[in-house]
Design a protein around this ligand. Structure first.
Ligand SMILES: [Zn+2]
Length: 149
């Protein structure tokens, strides 16, 4: 979204409200000149791009997150609905903040945050796979942090 005043592409959303089934009206403020403008965005046409550690880009894929969750929640009291809700809430947050790009680490953190509230065992499993701990020490530190909560 280019600012019509100065052409800067960084703006923040002040207000957003749906104007139709797949359209949203956003009031934006330019981060450079402070100019305010309105955009109408079609929700589905703005896919979220996930930037991986090696710099490659992929379209946000629910199935991939679900796959990771399924592994972490194996034989745990987390239902498919819980997992769906979790992914929905991530999608909603990304759309709300009008993020079109997110790094895979940020995405992982968003999953962790939500999973921690759902089930701690699944959370620890997810963290251990996701963070690829370089050593047992850092994994134990994470567990300590968890215990203090
Ligand atoms: Zn501007």
């Amino acid at each position: 979204m280019k600012c019509p005043v100065c052409g800067n592409i960084d703006s923040k959303v002040i207000d957003s409200r749906p104007t139709g089934d797949s359209e949203i009206r956003r009031r934006r403020e330019c981060l450079r000149c402070g100019g305010r403008f309105t955009t109408y965005e079609v929700l589905e046409s703005v896919p979220i791009v996930v930037v991986k550690k090696d710099g490659s880009r992929q379209i946000f894929d629910r199935a991939k997150i679900l796959n990771g969750l399924n592994k972490a929640c194996y034989k745990r009291p987390v239902t498919p609905e819980d997992m769906n809700d979790l992914i929905n809430s991530i999608e909603a947050e990304l759309k709300n903040t009008s993020h079109t790009e997110i790094t895979s680490s940020e995405l992982g953190l968003m999953v962790m945050d939500r999973l921690r509230d759902l089930d701690e065992v699944s959370y620890v499993r997810f963290v251990s796979v996701y963070r690829e701990f370089s050593d047992i020490e850092s994994f134990l530190r994470e567990l300590e942090t968890l215990k203090k909560r």
